[in-house]
Design a protein around this ligand. Structure first.
Ligand code: NAP
Length: 254
């Protein structure tokens, strides 16, 4: 194997939702593979970014940004490019989950989840795609979808989340085809149940039920997603675009 196949050296990677959970852990792995890191999060991620810079000796930056605000996203992408000199990669990962039965979901509930999980993914991908094409650059995007875009989780009601993630997987394919001739690859990962701040606060009997239905007999960790993101962002996957990679301990296989 060529030694640098999975290297992200000399690349700048944006990670949305990178202040905690999957985004934070994967950002550390991208830095370990050589990438400089820009975190966009609704929370102030400057401490997280500083920690990654110290641990991996890469350049980092953090911008507080609500991905549902297209103008703010555009401003942050431009500011990130200005600060880092260039942008190459995007791990488009910010998302929220609402456990609420469809019959109880208010219009505000529904719109909030769709806005962050689907519209936000589009706004960031679009701003990044515009940056790349305006600068005649190639680049790679990995969106975070979910196995919930393929199956329906129980016992919790979460129709808004499931629909938003199915949308992310198909948006990924649509952008992959539209941007194929521009040298921009677009793929998604679809994690199963992963132990993070998002899932850790869910009532224990639901967590126990989930674990009892996963063939691997446990939830996954954010670390177990990092290899897939590095693969899809690196030159190890130059003929791969429009893929939705399920990483779920066999949950969707049975
Ligand atoms: P998490 O621990 O809640 O982290 C998500 C991060 O995104 C948080 O820092 C969050 O800030 C931020 N965020 C939320 N809304 C935002 C917005 N409008 N603009 C910018 N940043 C925003 O979640 P996670 O478990 O790491 O999940 C990351 C992604 O993986 C999500 O897209 C999620 O749907 C997906 N996923 C997770 C699992 C799982 O089991 N954990 C499974 C499949 C897919 P706040 O803390 O303020 O919300």
């Amino acid at each position: 194997m060529k030694r640098d196949l999975f290297s992200l050296k000399n690349k700048v990677a944006i990670v949305t939702g990178g202040n905690q959970g999957i985004g934070k852990v994967v950002a550390g792995y991208l830095a370990d593979a050589g990438a400089d890191i820009v975190i966009l999060d609704i929370q102030d991620a400057s401490k997280t970014a500083e920690g990654i810079a110290e641990e991996y000796g890469v350049r980092t930056a953090a911008f507080t940004c609500d991905v549902t605000d297209p103008q703010a996203v555009d401003t942050c992408i431009k500011a990130a490019a200005e600060k880092m000199g260039t942008l190459d990669l995007l791990f488009n990962n910010a998302g929220i989950c609402l456990h609420k039965d469809a019959l109880l979901c208010t219009p505000e509930d529904w719109l909030k989840v769709i806005n962050v999980n689907l519209n936000g993914i589009f706004f960031v991908a679009q701003a990044f795609g515009k940056y790349l094409t305006d600068h005649n650059k190639k680049g790679n995007i990995v969106n975070t979808a979910s196995m919930s875009g393929t199956i329906v989780n129980i016992p919790q009601g979460q129709a808004s989340y499931n629909a938003s993630k199915a949308g992310v997987a198909h948006l990924t394919k649509s952008l992959a085809v539209e941007w194929a001739d521009k040298g921009i690859r677009v793929n998604s990962i679809s994690p199963g149940y992963i132990r993070t701040e998002m899932t850790g606060t869910v009532r224990q009997d639901w967590q126990d039920y989930w674990v009892s239905t996963i063939p691997f007999g446990r939830m996954g960790t954010p670390e177990e997603l990092a290899g897939a993101v590095i693969y899809l962002l690196s030159d190890a996957s130059t003929y791969t675009s429009g893929l939705d990679m399920l990483i779920d301990g066999c949950f969707t296989v049975v």
